[in-house]
Design a protein around this ligand. Structure first.
Ligand SMILES: NC(=O)c1ccc[n+]([C@@H]2O[C@H](COP(=O)([O-])OP(=O)(O)OC[C@H]3O[C@@H](n4cnc5c(N)ncnc54)[C@H](O)[C@@H]3O)[C@@H](O)[C@H]2O)c1
Length: 265
């Protein structure tokens, strides 16, 4: 523990995990707390929010669970109020939630497109709008979890996911510039192939887990998948004062996949 977030108050949106093990949001919440932050664990699944908060308190950290669906602007405002009530304010908003439905432009139903945009983009808008008055009080940081799919086509066809993540990256830059002079930084992380319960869930139940892991690792120049901790460490840096002059960037956490010309499809 190096106390890189000592004294910071953080809201992690999507702090639970869709399956057993460490998802990106759960790992980020735990790492932020290990580095000294108080953490509001926000999740639409109350059990998932409570589980992560409990892990943190069991480790000796400080955490609060908040249940709410962040696609609802009232819930996003209630989330910011909970940060105020429990922690006395907010220094970091970590926006982690993101969903996908498979399909290209011809095969994606409009209802699926809307569902994906509601979580990946609308919820980011609501959470950002609700959090900014608290963050702008004393400077602060926003970290958005996007995806390599926001900037390039990978092995899966999910057009709504790709378009919504690209828009999230653009939202991050707009916030970065609008709030730069007020000391609020906004940055995006673009994970590549990350071995999480979420990744297994969106690819489908019929796929053999070990075969899936091997196939995903093979697509990465570093020949391994990332872990939720790789993503959390990058988020920790962007959230911390060590990144105090960094705003509006997209940081790939992908073992080189996005850099490799013609990433394998
Ligand atoms: N795993 C990968 O390979 C990979 C790659 C690129 C990007 N990502 C991104 O990482 C993020 C997800 O990471 P994770 O491992 O924490 O995923 P996860 O699916 O386990 O999600 C974490 C939590 O978010 C909650 N959630 C979902 N919608 C919500 C809503 N509307 N309101 C409140 N809570 C909600 C879920 O209940 C879940 O507990 C996504 O943004 C995803 O696009 C993952």
């Amino acid at each position: 523990m190096t106390n890189r977030l000592q004294g910071k108050r953080v809201a992690v949106i999507g702090a639970g995990s869709v399956g057993p093990g460490w998802g990106n949001g759960k790992a980020a919440a735990a790492l932020f707390a290990r580095e000294g932050a108080q953490v509001l664990c926000v999740d639409r699944n109350p059990d998932a929010a409570r589980e992560t908060a409990q892990i943190i308190t069991d480790e000796g950290g400080t955490a609060f669970a908040f249940a709410g669906d962040m696609t609802d602007p009232d819930s996003a405002r209630a989330m910011a109020q909970a940060a105020q009530d429990h922690m006395g304010g907010l220094d970091v908003l970590h926006f982690n939630i993101g969903i996908s439905t498979p399909g290209g432009i011809e095969t994606t139903a409009f209802t699926d497109w809307q569902k994906v945009f509601a979580v990946n983009l609308d919820a980011a808008f609501h959470c950002t709008q609700a959090a900014l008055p608290l963050l702008a009080d004393g400077g602060g940081a926003i970290v958005y979890i996007s995806s390599l799919a926001g900037e390039s086509n990978g092995p899966y066809r999910y057009v709504g996911y790709e378009a919504s993540k690209a828009a999230l990256q653009r939202l991050s830059k707009s916030v970065a510039i609008e709030y730069a002079a007020r000391g609020v930084r906004a940055n995006c992380i673009l994970p590549g192939m990350i071995d999480t319960p979420h990744a297994a869930s969106f690819i489908g139940p019929d796929v053999d887990a070990q075969e899936l892991a091997r196939a995903r690792a093979a697509k990465v120049p570093m020949k391994r998948q990332g872990t939720a901790w790789d993503v959390a460490e990058a988020a920790l840096f962007l959230a911390s004062d060590a990144a105090g002059f960094i705003t509006g960037v997209d940081l790939r956490v992908d073992g080189g996949m996005g850099t490799q010309f013609g990433s394998p499809a």
